[in-house]
Design a protein around this ligand. Structure first.
Ligand SMILES: Nc1ncnc2c1ncn2[C@@H]1O[C@H](COP(=O)(O)OP(=O)(O)OP(=O)(O)O)[C@@H](O)[C@H]1O
Length: 509
């Protein structure tokens, strides 16, 4: 870290011919400095337009809040940071800024971008935490996992050379795993006795959102230590020594309606306030026909349905597609690269096979034209298929038939294939090429974590566990766009340990 800062400072103050002589490699690998606003430009809030863009991942010209700025300053000072906050407070947005900053401070080949889920990893062009760390499924004691990493040469090299490690969606990493990874980091870096062997750690997520999937061992008896002892990462023994700064962002950008923000803050904490329940009941429409009579059948058919379970998502999308009765056009993804990175492509948003037809409801899963709102999460309808020369023939049927989408904003666009990389430092390890669309009549709540939607309908009758209701509801931008069915206040749940963790000791704005 100190070396990176020194290079940046010298770059500012040393004549370029001398700098090039001193750091021939660094000079070519360091991109221009980050363009986040300086402290004198902290005129946030009033300049923010929260309603115009659809989807997530759009990086418009925005000013950072004081807290967001502080996080970047701490990172450039070499601190390890835990970044949290409720849905829509800009964690992902800030993480993207942090990644470009880290890539300027360090050699990008020594900066590793990971996430606990394939969807989140693909969204950041990173790899899953499991594939980065070389621990396989992560089952077994820490020494067993360490030996597995020692035998995996590329993985132990990653641990040795890492200067910075980014972990997104930390809420889905258990405390048990967090401790094991810290142990592996330290053992691979014996010269540095600090936590994580001195790797700068940038961790982001909201523990009130989806929790880790804990496999209960069938052999565990009451006397043996349960796997759920350290269920959440903040319960890890090494948690506090891992960070120089733990920050909670509190300013919500996704929603601007204070009534909705207040309602979501309550649900996040598992509160069942009468006033909030009353508001939610007003959003209920018992079935599809009552939703249609409430908002009109044209509008109701375009509202994405969020379901807790994948089988419901598949059933609804298949049913709606077949009901249109049009000729199905299929797009088959082309994958390249080696294992284990290639397998991670299957966990991302881009489907192996995309089946669509005229009239199908679709969602964009890549930013196409940020300035016109054609970003990740924008929804629309297929209005035609047009033959195009020069596209990847193996993906597209009949040697180049591309789908044309009319987005809900009114913009139309021919959607060309795009690519998703699994990166390790600056090296591309695997790539999927596919048309960047998914069917959007229905989406799973797990996959929509991170999205912003103008409207949604969610059937919560099969919701399970803590945080699921909160994740579903917090995707919407306004109360007018929120439609519910199967709602039951008993499904609003926050974990008591999470509540306790957020009480007090985080630095918030
Ligand atoms: N400083 C800012 N000014 C204006 N808009 C911002 C700012 N920070 C973030 N945003 C916008 O707020 C929206 C939500 O941000 P983001 O998706 O990063 O939130 P998040 O905390 O990651 O949410 P979730 O937990 O649901 O994934 C995005 O449209 C983002 O561009």
């Amino acid at each position: 870290m100190r070396e990176g800062l020194m290079i940046r400072l010298m770059r500012l103050y040393v004549p370029s011919c001398i700098f090039r002589f001193l750091f021939p490699k660094s000079l070519t690998s360091l991109p221009p400095p980050p363009s986040f606003p300086t402290s004198s430009q902290r005129t946030f809030c009033s300049k923010i337009n929260t309603s115009s863009s659809s989807g997530f991942g759009a990086s418009k010209a925005m000013n950072l809040t004081k807290k967001q700025q502080e996080v970047l300053t701490a990172i450039s000072n070499g601190k390890s940071v835990f970044l949290t906050g409720s849905a829509g407070t800009g964690k992902t947005f800030l993480l993207q800024q942090a990644i470009s900053l880290l890539n300027q401070i360090h050699n990008p080949n020594e900066v590793f971008i990971t996430a606990s889920t394939g969807v989140a990893a693909c969204a950041l062009n990173g790899q899953t935490l499991h594939s980065f760390s070389g621990i396989g499924l992560g089952e077994g004691g820490k020494n067993l996992l360490l030996n597995r990493v020692y035998k995996n040469k590329p993985a132990s090299k990653r641990w040795r050379i890492a200067k910075a490690l980014v972990i997104d969606e930390i809420s889905m990493v258990s405390g048990e795993l967090f401790d094991k990874l810290e142990f592996i980091a330290r053992k691979n870096r014996p010269n540095n006795k600090e936590a994580w062997g001195g790797i700068q750690l940038i961790v982001s997520g909201d523990f009130f959102q989806l929790p880790p999937v804990i496999k209960k061992s069938p052999s565990s008896s009451s006397s043996s230590r349960s796997v759920s002892d350290k269920e959440f990462a903040f319960e890890a023994d090494c948690w506090n020594s891992s960070f120089g700064l733990q920050v909670e962002l509190t300013q919500v950008f996704r929603q601007s309606d204070s009534q909705l923000i207040d309602l979501l803050q309550g649900i996040r904490r598992g509160f069942k306030d009468d006033h909030h329940l009353q508001l939610l009941r007003q959003c209920c429409s018992s079935d599809e026909s009552s939703l249609a009579s409430k908002i009109g059948s044209d509008s109701s058919s375009t509202v994405p349905r969020l379901y807790p379970r994948n089988e419901d998502v598949k059933r609804v999308n298949d049913e709606k597609l077949r009901n249109l009765g049009g000729e199905i056009v299929s797009y088959r993804a082309v994958d390249s690269g080696n294992e284990p990175w290639k397998s991670q492509l299957k966990q991302g948003m881009a489907p192996e096979e995309l089946e669509i037809c005229l009239g199908a409801r679709v969602m964009l899963i890549k930013n196409k034209a940020v300035e016109s709102g054609l970003v990740n999460g924008a929804t629309g309808t297929i209005i035609g298929f047009i033959e195009q020369k020069g596209v990847i023939r193996t993906i597209c049927p009949r040697g180049g038939l591309l789908p044309k989408v009319r987005f809900d904003s009114g913009r139309e666009m021919l959607i060309e294939p795009d690519s998703w990389d699994v990166m390790e430092g600056e090296t591309v390890r695997a790539t999927r090429k596919q048309v960047p669309l998914i069917l959007a009549w229905a989406i799973s709540i797990h996959k929509c974590q991170g999205m912003s939607l103008d409207s949604l309908h969610t059937d919560l009758s099969r919701a399970f566990g803590c945080g699921m209701v909160y994740v579903a509801l917090s995707r919407v931008r306004s109360l007018a766009g929120l439609h519910l069915s199967g709602f039951n206040s008993s499904k609003i749940k926050a974990h008591p340990k999470v509540l306790q963790f957020y009480e007090g000791h985080l630095d918030s704005d």
